[in-house]
Design a protein around this ligand. Structure first.
Ligand code: 7PM
Length: 291
């Protein structure tokens, strides 16, 4: 059985009908060249609107870089980056907004400003107040698996069985969410590609994504421009990983793995997914879920 449909603002997500696309809107200093905060805000809003025009089903606004080796930013700095972008997008599009944050203080203001979903890359394992903020707002959340913290996670990732470990972590994350009062129907799960994983761990997780379906919740997966794709494409930098990204997105859709693909390149990902989803469905109209 497919998980229950999810309504976020003006949009309804019917899991199993197709692979939805989350567009990435970065609001970090390394994501806009110069011109200061105001220029950065305007550029991020314009970029989000362009992604919405391109067919993004959801936008993910992030003010804290989680790049391997990166250090946390203060809540005040994150708020100053993210809130004006949420407000600007809310005024101009009805595409639901997600906020990539691990902090209750940021989530609280972002939800007040009109965001619909909190994307916590630590699966409610870092800020004890975050789950309550989500519950009180009646918001949705995406709970991601991570081993370690962004500062150190890529130094020595280790698992006995990466799929079993991710499953156990996500089960615990669901419990944290439910005990705070978040209904199951408002939770998405994410295996956290690249977050405390070697090249081989990432490939294993993608190949075995369907095993995460036992949790009964929709899966969001982010592979866009990540390091393992650069390596598979012969050592390309992030700016040259679009084709490799589309290979990963189509594969995970065809393998029956993802309900939402988190990508930077929305137009191209929608085309790739239209193909992969059509091939997956043509025989029996099949979803990833038994009926
Ligand atoms: C630099 C390197 C900046 C990598 C940002 C990143 C995910 C996420 C990110 C993901 C969910 C990126 C990452 N990745 N949230 N946030 N799942 N739920 O590639 O895979 O965008 S940040």
């Amino acid at each position: 059985m497919a998980p229950a449909a999810l309504t976020l603002g003006a949009r309804r997500f019917e899991w199993g009908s197709r692979t939805y696309v989350m567009g990435v809107v970065n609001v970090t200093p390394d994501s806009f060249s110069d011109g200061g905060r105001h220029a950065g805000t305007d550029a991020a809003i314009a970029h989000g609107l362009a992604l919405a025009e391109s067919g993004a089903d959801l936008l993910d606004v992030g003010g804290e870089s989680t790049r391997p080796g990166s250090l946390p930013v203060s809540a005040d700095e994150e708020l100053a980056r993210v809130i004006p972008v949420i407000e600007g997008l809310r005024a101009r599009t009805d595409v639901p907004l997600s906020v990539d944050t691990t902090k209750a203080a940021v989530a609280r203001e972002a939800l007040k400003a009109g965001a619909h979903l909190i994307n916590d890359i630590t699966g409610f394992s870092s800020d004890a107040g975050l789950s309550r903020v989500v519950a009180e707002a009646g918001a949705a959340c995406c709970l991601m698996h991570i081993q370690g913290t962004p500062a150190t996670m890529q130094q020595a990732p280790r698992y006995d069985d990466v799929v079993e470990d991710v499953l156990a972590f996500l089960e615990a994350a669901i419990l944290r969410a439910e005990s705070a009062g978040i209904p199951r129907g408002r939770i998405l799960l994410d295996p956290g590609i690249g977050f405390g994983k070697t090249f081989e761990h990432n490939l294993f997780l993608l190949r075995r994504l369907p095993e995460l379906r036992v949790l009964g919740l929709p899966l969001l997966v982010g592979t866009s421009r990540k390091g393992f794709l650069g390596r598979l494409a012969g050592g390309k930098p992030a700016s040259e990983r679009l084709a490799a990204t589309l290979g990963s997105v189509a594969s995970m859709a065809a393998l029956g793995g993802a309900d939402v693909a988190r990508v930077h390149d929305v137009t191209e990902a929608r085309d790739a997914l239209a193909v992969a989803d059509a091939i997956r469905r043509c025989e029996d109209g099949g979803t990833f879920y038994a009926r």
